[in-house]
Write a protein that binds this ligand. Structure first.
Ligand code: C2E
Ligand code: MG
Ligand code: MG
Ligand code: MG
Length: 288
């Protein structure tokens, strides 16, 4: 067979491609009924204030409990949801569920949700947000929408209009994963973001690459100039935490300060972080 269709490795490659395509189609079929079968859930990861040790925000992260494959991560199914259009109903579910659950958290805790660019440019998006805020009675100031650089593939005037109409509701806008794409610092001046999250690849590289550390410093400076909150993502080590805190990074998020967990496990984490924040400061900072 290999002789007929080409070299053995080419045939193997073809086989892998076919298997992946089949795997994808299977997932897409299962994804179509996942909402009605109630297979989605949200985990929440705390954001940690480096100055006070308090948690003033959480990020909602979707999980898919597949009946035979176990828990499937968003990186695996969000792209399929985007290609098939399922991202619209799934995104609406995330919005409603996150707002509903956020209402059970203390009033000072904001909830951030991830919004796909396709959702963001959908003509019904703003009305969908208003409707859900009305329905759940969540204070709009407590809701944050995280957008990635892929929104910039769309028309600039349209983006600006949509951002303005959403901010009119009182909802905050976050630039997520900043620095991974075609985005430059100038975008942060052009578009009215309330907060920017530095991508975790920068945080990982920061400790041994001085030029990466200086990019982070520039983002922090710009954040102060524009009164825009800055969050460092993917903080895993005490060394990273200490460096960021010394650089004046106000908020960190990562496995060091809290992994994503179901909401039922979260209040303890929030209470604990508030309680442990001694007046002098920082439970996670090494002394000296
Ligand atoms: P993201 O928005 O940048 O979310 C942060 C991701 O980094 C999460 O992965 C989180 O579990 C992970 N993370 C947090 N702290 C650390 C750390 O210290 N080290 C490392 N290595 N990773 C850390 P997750 O939950 O697998 O989500 C991946 C991505 O999927 C998200 O990246 C977001 O872009 C997307 N996503 C998640 N939930 C949704 C959703 O409801 N809707 C949409 N459209 N996208 C979502
Ligand atoms: Mg995010
Ligand atoms: Mg991110
Ligand atoms: Mg990310």
């Amino acid at each position: 067979l290999a002789g007929k269709t080409g070299s053995g490795s080419a045939r193997r490659f073809e086989y892998i491609m076919e298997t992946e395509a089949i795997e994808r189609s299977c997932l897409e079929i299962d994804l179509q009924s996942a909402l009605e079968k109630n297979q989605f859930s949200l985990d929440f990861q705390p954001l940690f204030c480096t100055q006070t040790g308090a948690t003033n925000g959480v990020e909602a992260l979707i999980r898919w409990r597949h009946p035979t494959r176990g828990v499937i991560k968003p990186i695996k199914f969000i792209p399929i949801a985007e290609e098939s259009g399922l991202i619209l109903p799934i995104g609406e579910w995330v919005l409603r569920e996150a707002c509903r659950q956020a209402n059970t958290l203390p009033d000072h805790v904001r909830v951030a949700i991830n919004v796909s660019a396709l959702q963001f440019v959908d003509s019904g998006f703003k009305d969908c947000i208003s409707r859900i805020l009305e329905e759940t009675q969540l204070n709009p100031e407590r809701l944050e929408l995280e957008l990635t650089e892929t929104i910039f593939l769309h028309d600039e005037a349209h983006i600006l209009r949509t951002l303005a109409s959403i901010r009119d509701l009182g909802v905050k806008i976050v630039m997520d994963d900043f620095g991974v794409g075609y985005c430059s610092l100038s975008y942060l001046r052009t578009f009215p973001f309330d907060c920017v999250k530095i991508d975790r690849s920068f945080i990982h590289a920061m400790t041994d690459k001085p030029h990466v550390k200086s990019i982070i410093d520039s983002i922090l400076t710009l954040g102060r100039t524009l009164s825009m909150r800055v969050v460092a993502e993917g903080v895993e080590t005490q060394e990273q935490f200490d460096l960021l805190r010394e650089a004046g990074c106000p908020i960190v998020q990562g496995f060091l300060t809290g992994k994503p967990v179901p909401l039922t496990l979260l209040p303890t984490a929030i209470d604990a972080s508030v309680m442990e924040s001694a007046p002098a400061g920082n439970i996670l900072c090494s002394v000296g």
